[in-house]
Design a protein around this ligand. Structure first.
Ligand code: CA
Length: 264
């Protein structure tokens, strides 16, 4: 190993510090505050660019099918990053729909679509079926892939055939997880658009009951994999959809969608 004279060592050290500083500022300027993927994303939002309480610009209120008492607004009281997040006050009762949809067209994401969001809520997931993430899916003629809960735990639901992941048997539900209340949770999922495969992480845990791995397993993904048409999600909606009982207040922040895995 060559030993540098002390002056050169100083110069090398200063150069290294300068490079680190340059790299750091470039990283920060690219949106590292929101944890945006380094290689680009179709959605990467920390909601800090929202200027008022009404969602605007890249995010628009929508109540697909029908609207009840649910509302959605940009919130400045509770945030995972910065000073703003998206707040949804989800109402109970059939067809109580209230969402904020990204204007981004996700058709080009893939072949695996990676989604990450930070979500916080106040009320444990109910026994009845509810949805808080909805992805319109052209493989279902525009009906949705839905992330929500049933029997107190997280679940996927496919609108076109009402299939669930996991199956809603006690053994299946036990392999999912409740969504903890009153704390920010990192929820990530990957959707394969070439085969009916799904992977879901809550924090750093790959949730076994929310994993369709292509090999039909009773209580988990046997029902889900009965439909062999792969999904093609084209948009992202965050909000609340109740079909019976269940209300909740939720916040969403630091949301990304792209074609590469992303950290929490
Ligand atoms: Ca924020």
């Amino acid at each position: 190993m060559r030993i540098l004279p002390s002056r050169s060592r100083w110069a090398a050290a200063l150069t290294a510090v300068a490079l680190l500083a340059t790299g750091f500022s470039a990283h920060a300027a690219s949106g590292a505050e929101a944890g945006c993927p380094a290689d680009g994303a179709l959605i990467c939002s920390d909601f800090e660019d929202q200027t008022g309480p009404v969602p605007s610009g890249d995010w628009q209120f929508t109540a697909p099918d029908c609207q009840g008492t649910g509302t959605a607004a940009v919130d400045t009281e509770v945030a995972h990053s910065g000073g703003r997040s998206l707040r949804v006050d989800g109402g109970t009762g059939y067809c109580n729909h209230a969402f904020v949809a990204s204007t981004a067209d996700l058709s080009s994401a893939g072949p695996v679509v990676y989604v990450r969001m930070w979500v916080r809520h106040t009320t444990a997931l109910p026994t009845a079926h509810v949805t808080f993430v909805s992805l319109p899916d052209t493989s279902q003629d525009g009906r949705s892939l839905r992330v929500g809960g049933q029997n107190g735990a997280l679940q996927w639901n496919r609108e076109v055939d009402d299939a669930t992941l996991p199956a809603q048997s006690p053994a299946g539900v036990a392999l999912s997880r409740p969504l903890p209340t009153d704390s920010w949770q990192c929820l990530r999922f990957s959707i394969d658009t070439t085969a009916p495969g799904l992977v879901t992480w809550l924090g750093d845990e790959l949730v076994p009951g929310l994993h369709a791995d292509g090999d039909p397993t009773q209580d988990i993904d046997q029902q889900w994999l009965a439909r062999t048409t792969p999904p093609r999600p084209t948009a992202l909606r965050l909000g609340w959809e109740s079909y019976g009982t269940g209300d909740d207040t939720l916040w969403f922040d630091d949301v990304t969608v792209g074609s590469a895995p992303v950290d929490c």
